[in-house]
Structure formats: C-alpha cells, structure tokens
Ligand binder design. Structure first.
Ligand code: ADP
Ligand code: ADP
Length: 225
C-alpha cells in the first residue's frame, strides 16, 4: 500500500499541494485526474522523492519514504515515467531498456527482462535495434514505459502518457497498461483526459488547485460526467 497523508508541497511561496490524501492499494489501477496546473505532476514527484513535502507523510508498505532519496525509492519498487517521454534519443531501443535495468542494480536476467517487455510491446520488439529518436511519438512513450518496467517495479507511476498522441495509439497504450496491471504491477496514472483514464482504471481521484476534490470508483465517476 502507498499512502499520502496530508501532503503539502511548495515551490518557493507557491503552494502546489494542499493536504493531499491519497492511497493506492497493491494490485489497483488508480487515476489522478485534473486540469493543467492542478498538481498532478507534483503529486507523482512527491511520491518518487523529487519534491519533498513540507508537511505530511508518504508511506510505502508501512515504511515512511518521504525522507528517502529518489534513488532509494526506485529501489524499493516505485518507478516513475515522467511527462514528455524522456528517452535517450541517440540510443537504440535495447540500449534504452538496458538503462532501466541499471537502475535496479541487478542485471542478472537481462534477456528474460527484454523478452517480458517485448511480449507486452510487440512494436518495440520489431524495432529493437532502431535509434529511439526515430520512433513515432507513441512508440517513444511505449519505450519510456518499457524502460521503467526493466527496473521491476511493484508500483508504476505514469505522468500523462497520452499527451500529444493520437487517440488510436493512446488506446493501444492504455490497453497494454491494463495488461501490465493484470500481471501484477500496481498503477497510478495521472491524466488530463478524464474519460480515457476513467475507462481503464478501478478508482479515481480528482485534483483541483492542489486539493483532492473527489474520490470514487471510476465507473461511477464516468456516469456522472
Ligand atoms: P499538473 O501536473 O496538474 O499540470 P503541476 O503539478 O505541474 O500540475 O503544477 C502544480 C502547480 O505548481 C502549478 O501552479 C504550477 O505552476 C506550479 N509549479 C509546478 N512546477 C513548478 C516549478 N518547478 N516551479 C514553480 N512552480 C511550479
Ligand atoms: P508519427 O508521425 O505518428 O509520430 P512517424 O511518421 O514519425 O510517426 O513514424 C512512423 C513509423 O516510421 C514509426 O513506426 C517509426 O518507428 C518509423 N520511423 C520513423 N522515422 C524512422 C527512421 N528514421 N528510420 C526508421 N524508421 C523510422
């Protein structure tokens, strides 16, 4: 279980998160929805240790992680796929994936790990020796997710994977995320596009101006829209 308890995050004097409470249970697929500037990225960055909360506590599997370094948080099993597909553009698909395994520290089973990623993402398999910068936008997003999976996370945090992509490729990516979740990885998906996110997740939080406004089952929130 991942728990955020009364989290406040500031950028200088600007308060980006106000007493945020959020939980993600093991096995769940949860979305955090909100408009641009609502505090979605800041929430993910707080979890992964990149923005330290000024107040409140973040716990993972019963342990307080809000005081740990980002690198320790990754090793505990939380991988963050940031906004904007930050892949290594001059490296091949395989080389990008290998970088994901370095983070974990254990490179004992690289071949098996590539195969797992390739079975989830057939497009990456077909392009495994291609330079990542020449992939389409959707394929680059897939690679960013694949690279995060190489670190063998228990929890996967995704920051707007749909951004700037055509609806059809987003559908493909979201359907792969559902598979990843079914295979046992817990997912927290941040999205501006509420409809798309509610369709693939179990539970949702809505954030507005740094505050959680609503929490509920995704199905029920879809009906309300
Ligand atoms: P979202 O991901 O929902 O678009 P963010 O978490 O990026 O929202 O931003 C929340 C608030 O914090 C916004 O008001 C934004 O302008 C502000 N903010 C985000 N990053 C920074 C930063 N590096 N410096 C100052 N303010 C920031
Ligand atoms: P989009 O415009 O949808 O992002 P592109 O037209 O850039 O997609 O790419 C379409 C397909 O062509 C993708 O599968 C991509 O991997 C491949 N591709 C693009 N550029 C190159 C390249 N320089 N070498 C090999 N394959 C490429």
């Amino acid at each position: 279980m991942l728990e955020l308890k009364n989290i406040d995050v500031f950028y200088d004097n600007i308060q980006a998160l106000k007493e945020v409470n959020l939980t993600v249970g093991e096995g769940e697929m949860v979305t955090l929805i909100g408009a641009n500037g609502a505090g979605k990225s800041t929430t993910l960055r707080a979890i992964s240790g990149l923005n330290k909360p000024k107040k409140g506590e973040i716990k993972f599997k019963g342990r307080v992680i809000s005081s740990l370094k980002a690198s320790d948080i990754v090793r505990m099993g939380i991988s963050h796929v940031p906004e904007g597909r930050r892949i290594f553009a001059n490296m091949t698909v395989m080389e990008n994936l290998e970088m994901g395994a370095y983070i974990r520290g254990d490179r004992g089973n690289l071949k098996r790990d590539y195969d797992e990623v390739f079975s989830l993402f057939p497009r990456l398999k077909e392009r495994k020796n291609q330079i990542a910068g020449t992939l389409s936008g959707g394929e680059q997003q897939m690679l960013a997710i694949g690279r995060a999976l190489m670190a063998k996370p228990k929890y996967l945090l995704l920051d707007e994977p749909s951004m700037g992509l055509a609806p059809l490729i987003v559908k493909e990516i979201f359907s792969i995320l559902e598979n990843i979740n079914k295979l046992g990885t817990t997912i927290l998906l941040v999205e501006q596009n509420a409809n798309m996110a509610l369709n693939v997740t179990d539970r949702a939080y809505i954030i507005k101006n740094g505050k959680i406004e609503l929490e509920g089952r995704s199905k029920d929130l879809l009906k309300d829209e």
